[in-house]
Each structure stands twice: as C-alpha cells, then as structure tokens.
Design a protein around this ligand. Sequence first.
Ligand code: RIB
Length: 280
Amino acid sequence: MPSIVVIGSVNLDIVASVTRLPVAGETVTGAKLRRYPGGKGANQALAARRLGADVRLVARVGDDAAADEALALLREGGVDLDECRRIEGAETGLAFIAVAPSGENQIIVAPGANRMLTPDDVQAVAADALICQLEVPLPVIVEAAEAFSGFFGVNLAPAAEIDVRVLQRADLVVVNETESDWYGASLRACAGLVATTRGAGIATLEQDGQVIAEAEPPGIQAVDTTGAGDTFTAALALALVEGRAPREALRFACVAGSLAAMARGAQPSLPNRASVLKRM
Ligand code: RIB
C-alpha cells in the first residue's frame, strides 16, 4: 500500500442547495442547508485513503466544535491525524458553498486555522508521495516541496500566486480549465506532468507542453461537484505512484472524480477503490 502525506486544509462545509446560483448583488432564497466535512487537503487525504493508500494529513484546525465535525469522516476512514493539530483560540476553517441542481457550485472559504500552518511544521515529511493544494500559506508549500524527496503532486487550487520553485519541483501539477487559464504560460515552468480537468469534457495529461494522454470522464448525473477535483488529484497521484501508465492513471482519476460528483457533500461522496475499478 503506497504511503501518502497530504499537507492541506480542513474545513467544515456549510452547503446551501439552491434552485440556481446567484449572480453578483442578487439574493436567492429557499435554500436547503446541510453541513459536511470538507477542505481540499482533507478531501484529498480521505480520497487517497478510500482509494487504497496509507494516508497522513498535516493540517491545523481550531479548538471549536466545528473541528470535531470536520475531522469525523477522516477519523472514521482511517486517515492518520497525528499531525493534524488543534490551535487554541483559533477557528476551524469554514467553507460556504452554494450548489445548483446541475451540481455546479460557488465556494467562499474563511480559512481560520488553515492559515496557521508554518514551514517548520512540514520539514520532516517522509512517504512515497506528498500532495499539496493552495489553501494553506504558500511558504509552507515551498518548504514542503524542497524538503521532500519522493513523488510530489500539487493541485493549484484555488488559483493563487505560486512560487516557480514549486512548479519546477512538482512531478505532477493538477489544474481545472479555469485555473489553467488563470496560470497561463507560467505552467510551462512545470518540469513534471500537468493534468487538466474540464468537467465532463476530456481531461489531458501533458509533459513538456505535449499531450501524452487523454481520458473522457464517464457520463454521470452530477448532483454535487464539490470534491470531484480533489478526488481526481488524489486518484491520479496514487495511480502514478502505483506505477500505472499515464493513460490508465488518467482514466482511473477521471472515473474516481466523476463518481465523487454523484452524491451530495465533499467527503460523503468520495468513492472507494472497488467502485472505481468496477466502473472502469
Ligand atoms: O474542493 C472542494 C473544497 O473546497 C470544499 O470541500 C471546500 O471546503 C473548499 O475548500
């Protein structure tokens, strides 16, 4: 079983199911409210665990009740939380998510304790693979990337300023279409693979600017796409570390990501390995 360390965020997701997403300045009423564990780091950690990895999450939460809710499924799923510490007086990260009937969403994050992770917290990481996202401070990612010697994957989400050292060090960079446009030519600094997701459209894997693999996600009825990108990232990193060929790894990730969009909530919907293999 490959070992994976995820350095990233833990949030409690407050999810409003709405008949349609509001435009700027608009009020949409009649929402149904639900709460789910979330956060890109936590979602990717649990996804990797359910897909068959031995996973440790390095993160920070507050000393509030939201922390227990946010960590519940990680704990139940067997993710190692020894490096997921509570910060006295801090608030656990919260994400406010609107989800439309099409499964599309809008997300606003109040990072709280996620901002309190420091470079000193990530110097002694040892595993087959390390996965990061951009919901924790950038210096943490830079330090982790430079200190770690195994397979390093980074999901450049949400789109934010990035340090070129992270791109140069990454064995795998994952972006969605919007993020790909946002980063533009700067992604050319990536020395490793660049995976781009396009919702229900064809996902690609590139090396040195050349497409080396393509995969079409299976047709599904999307209910809530929250966590689909996180699942794709974890699945692709895991499949590559397991030694699968790029095309097969991309297909595995597309199927896993699609399955995650078929149920509500980021973490309740994360698929296990058997369901992905069956769908493949
Ligand atoms: O990628 C989905 C995640 O983004 C949600 O769970 C939310 O917490 C935000 O971090």
